[in-house]
Ligand binder design. Sequence first.
Ligand code: TPP
Ligand code: MG
Length: 812
Amino acid sequence: MPPSELGLERNDDMDSITPEALRILGELERKVLWLASWTIHHANHLRETGDGLKVGGHQASSASLATIMTALYFHALRPQDRVAVKPHASPNFHAIQYLLGRQTREKLEAFRGYKGAQSYPSRTKDADDVDFSTGSVGLGVAQTLFSSLVQDYVRAHGWGLGRPEGRMIALVGDAELDEGNIFEAILEGWKQGLRNCWWIIDYNRQSLDAVIREGLWARYEALFRAFGWDVVILKYGSLLQQAFREPGGERLRDWIDNCPNQLYSALVFQGGAAWRKRLNDEIGDQGDVTRLIERRSDDELARLMTNLAGHDLPSLLDAFGQVDHDRPICFICYTIKGFGLPFAGHKDNHAGLMTPAQMESFRQAMRIRPGHEWDKFEGLSVAPEEIQKFLDRVPFARRAARRAVPAIEVPAALDVAIQPTMSTQTGFGAILNELGKQETGLAQRIVTTSPDVTVSTNLGAWVNRRSLFARQAMADTFKSERIPSTFSWEFSPKGQHIELGIAESNLFILLSALGLSHAINGERLLPIGTLYDPFIARGLDALNYACYQDARFILVATPSGITLAPEGGAHQSIAQPLIGLAQDGLAAFEPAFVDELAVILAFAFAYIQKDGDAGASERNWLRDETGGSIYLRLSTRPIEQPRRAMTPELRQEIIDGAYWLRPPGPNCQVVVAYTGAVAPEAIQAVGLMAEDRRDVGLLAVTSADRLNAGWTAAQRARERGLVHARAHIERLLDAVPSHCGLVTVLDGHPATLAWLGAVRGHRVRSLGVEHFGQTGSIAELYRHYGIDANAIVAAAQAIAPGKPIRYLRALG
Ligand SMILES: Cc1ncc(C[n+]2csc(CCOP(=O)(O)OP(=O)(O)O)c2C)c(N)n1
Ligand SMILES: [Mg+2]
């Protein structure tokens, strides 16, 4: 394959950076530093919010990356490359986009303000085409790695071959590398044969609180090399390299190499005279090196001693330009936090803000006239036309605007053979098995993944049919040796299951990458990730991150709750239904029956592809046109399945979040509302009460999340004057007399359904699990935690008026 097809071609003029281009890049670097610093200053000192909140944490962090980002965005990046920018370098990114005509002055002026450029780069909230959101450190970094794997997945399946391969690049804070999720990702990348991934470490040796440990770079180097990465260490800039070639230069290099990080930072902050004193004290009177120092003025000495490669355009351009392969690379770039600003190197500078007086001196040094602070070409020593001509030719700026990608067709119903008794987890496996037999567009675009729980979450049959993905085929030795096994573990480039090691963060970041394939690769994937429900908590921040950047996927969590009885408390989830209720961008369902699950999955495949901007539907007050991701909380408990026809009305109600399994009669005294695996207990309790409580209603809640969201939205709509707005749950509870008691029950935290009592003011008693589970049988545990039929009946008696319920009396 020619290099151009591999996406390895360099930028046209990468090899030959003319002195003129270098000069312009130098001017742009100054401009980025100025605009980023000014943007933050403006947000703090010039925009009146009256809140008294200051915006720290940006000027120093941004300055640290100003040179690297100039080299990348104005030169080295190609239109197909994608970048995750360190959260606190957001002002640099917006300034660069502004210079390229892709960001407005209004947004910069409103930085960190209402509708302004975002504090941390945001794919969804910023208008200047952020590739990957960042904010929670470590996650954006790992996202680039997984995006690169997804790019390989897409191409291996024969899609998007007309587009050049992109590099996935992360600008990484050195302290960001403390986050464990990064190491989990590196390990996974090694297993999967990672390519086309650059991590550029902003090695300023400072975190938020402090200066980092000595020699950390060496641990990084060893670590990255161990996992198959190239490591490029960019330490000294061109001025220092020249000085090292002067007589006495080697001695100077030794001194710097041995200088502790804290001392180096302190001297950076103190400036030229301090450098001179220290150097003279420690290596003075040594002939050549003394003369080397003495030949320079204080300013020149400070410039020399802070000329690290991360602030040296020629070094950076050369390093980026030399790459002619697709192996993953870690660039360790030495930088100075706050470079070029008065608090450079100071260990407390993370939240540092230049004072108005300091800003004034900086403005003068940058030759910016008052009132011209936002002018793009103000204070530069190159003619505006020249710079504009240069900007017009920047390769990165040639990238196309975001485009909508057509949706994959989804049938109205998914096939599944329903057994008289089965669990939702078995049902899920059976539905995927059916899909696995098909060659529809839907079946081809599904990609499944699981953190080492593929088989135990019931994806085995699907994987047997569609095989595992790897860029190089790998046989299943058990199969070739004819050893009987239920599962074929064959890898091929056409495989549709990505096997992950046990790391739930990786699962969510991979789902985030797969779920953005339409935006990144122009090719839609329909990702399904499975895991055990309790372990959602392990990857929760990564899940939140994936949702925040609007990645689209289906999360299938099974088993769940104390229904996992003999497994015990370590594997039983309690709070997850509340996560489902509260997590934005994630619609949560917990079906009890397999026919419900089939309806929900069909909806899910369509829902994850929606990206319309229509308002809420007047039927359920949900923003279904906007779409999002889906969370299915399933169970391993086999339960008796209803034999019923799936009518369009029932289908719609299942999707909307609830339906009457047994509608309340006109004299109803009690309603039981249940979710998920406790359906048999709810049904039994309603039967037991029938003699003593009239017209008992049984409400099947398939999605507390959607019911709640619809209710909130309808109330808000009414408050805004749409007097006829009615939510699905309001319509359902219309039929329930106001004196009726409401008993809610689920295998999860009782607050999930407790709010139902507020919809129409019914008295409510909410049953669920509040304390860690334990081992036992389902019956024992349901009794212990009070979610069995007895508990439901007892709750009904306590809150619903009427004579004592005989069944309970009989129980004594
Ligand atoms: C998960 C998470 N924890 C904590 C923070 C708060 N935080 C923001 S930046 C930062 C330090 C970052 O240091 P480094 O990555 O070296 O970047 P620098 O400030 O040096 O540019 C911390 C702790 C965060 N954003 N995300
Ligand atoms: Mg740092």
